[in-house]
Design a protein around this ligand. Structure first.
Ligand SMILES: [Zn+2]
Length: 467
């Protein structure tokens, strides 16, 4: 039995880990895209360091593109088996993969225009929506907490990881010669305790080996005493005092629904001013509908809330915008309002035209509620740049820029330790740290050692370990 590491080793993206049983049954845990760093990532995404045809099954921890985004290429390059995930992950990943294909198609169109001018031949997108059609046929769902047999030598179970809707930790049971049993857990991405919408990460059975994420292995999330009040003050200042627009760039999956839910709560408490709220992103609208159909996956607090208000993602004055025309019409709207739009890092999606149209107006406030990589448009605005480039033109940033950092879908190191505390550390033979920057992994390794996990390893791409 072996584990081989193919991605999310030196970086946080490109999650791909291979498990081979004693009979040779080969499983790929996640098949994520490398993100950021333009050309370098593109190169890594186009070439697998293994033969896709030789993989028997893929088990997907959750729908995020850095875990699922290269599945269409895996199928395109010859993978024939099934892709297993939870039912909610399947619903979400379908939208994310088609969205990802659209982004690749648009990007390549732009690149090919430039290449054409230089007399260079056109490039193919990493994959297109037809490839996603083919990929979707390979998916099979397995609910949480059910043991599923892949082969006589391998079975697995999903438990709730509390990270995004449908997210799971994967627990493999491998049976070797002389009935030797090896239990291996892959944490996937671990969520938070006391999430606004989701249940807390579940406890899981004792493992012999753990592949653990370590994104915030060196950080603690700030305790924000009253994010709701802070948020309400920003709404009041922008919409009542300045009579301007409040722009909230937000990821379509998770963050948008958290913001809408917070507004819904304020509305029910009669605290929200009488202003229009728009969710302007087709993907956010689709994902909100998936959430509405999966309320059983929400935490107890939200379940109770739903008994009083059946739709936590809808209220009078809130409108989900679908068409491009309706979206453009918001530019003409001359009244205070809140616009929640994707993408969260402001590099793509409809938020760009709202920023271009409003960022130079001092009546506007841009409220940043999520991580923005330093080189993104969101990163520039977050860092206080006074002039930013949008659609090739420069715009003065005269708008107020506010940041609320209390939202995160990732456990910090205390929460990761809490997640792993269901284990008897003495029985865990090895912990492999993936999905973290080098400093985060080193720091988390020390913390694990201090908590009794003795053999903590930081694998490099291509490393193989006997189990
Ligand atoms: Zn994730």
């Amino acid at each position: 039995m072996k584990v081989k590491f193919y991605g999310a080793t030196e970086t946080v993206t490109g999650s791909k880990h291979m498990i081979v049983s004693e009979t040779g049954y080969t499983i790929l845990l996640d098949c994520g895209l490398y993100q950021g760093n333009g050309k370098e990532s593109d190169e890594k995404n186009r070439h697998f360091d293994f033969v896709p045809e030789k993989i028997d099954a893929v088990i997907l921890s959750h729908a995020h593109i850095d875990h699922s985004g290269n599945l269409p290429l895996l199928v395109k390059k010859g993978f024939l088996g099934s892709i297993y995930c939870t039912p909610a992950t399947l619903e979400v990943v379908e939208f994310l993969l088609y969205d990802s294909a659209k982004i690749h198609e648009n990007d390549i169109e732009f690149i090919n225009k430039k290449r054409d001018k230089r007399g260079l031949p056109p490039l193919e997108p990493l994959y297109n929506s037809k490839d996603v059609d083919r990929c979707m046929k390979h998916f099979k769902t397995v609910p949480y907490n059910a043991q599923f047999h892949l082969d006589t030598s391998v079975s697995f179970m999903f438990t709730d990881a509390g990270h995004i809707l449908g997210s799971a930790a994967i627990h493999l049971k491998l049976i070797g010669k002389h009935h030797r049993i090896v239990n291996l857990t892959f944490t996937g991405d671990v969520g938070r305790y006391n999430d606004m919408l989701l249940k807390s990460p579940s406890k899981f059975p004792q493992a012999d080996y753990i592949i653990s994420e370590s994104t915030y292995g060196d950080r603690l999330h700030e305790e924000v005493p009253d994010a709701e009040l802070h948020f309400l003050n920003i709404v009041r200042y922008t919409c009542l005092e300045k009579k301007g627009k409040l722009l909230i760039p937000a990821f379509s999956l998770g963050r948008t629904q958290e913001i809408v839910f917070m507004l819904d709560k304020l509305k029910n408490k009669n605290l929200l001013p009488d202003i229009k709220v728009y969710v302007d992103s087709p993907l956010s609208t689709d994902i909100t509908n998936i959430m509405r159909n999966n309320v059983d996956l929400f935490n107890e607090k939200l379940q109770k809330y739903i008994k009083v208000d059946p739709d936590p993602f809808g209220f009078k004055n809130l409108k989900y915008i679908k068409t491009r025309e309706e979206s453009m019409a918001l530019n003409e709207l001359n009244e205070p309002c809140i616009i929640i739009s994707a993408s969260g890092m402001m590099d793509a999606g409809r938020i760009k035209h709202h920023l271009a149209n409003n960022i130079s107006n001092p009546k506007t406030t841009v409220l940043i509620v999520g991580y923005c990589s330093p080189n993104s448009l969101g990163g520039n605005i977050r860092n206080g740049q006074k002039e930013v480039k949008i659609f090739g033109d420069y715009f003065q940033v005269n708008a107020d820029v506010e940041i609320i950092d209390s939202y995160s879908a990732h456990a910090d190191y205390n929460e990761l330790l809490k997640f792993l505390s269901c284990q008897d550390a003495r029985l865990v033979k090895k912990v492999f740290l993936v999905h973290g920057e080098p400093d985060a992994k080193l720091s988390f390794k020390e913390k694990l050692n201090a908590n009794g996990f003795q053999n903590v390893l930081i694998p490099q791409k291509g490393d193989v370990y006997e189990l």
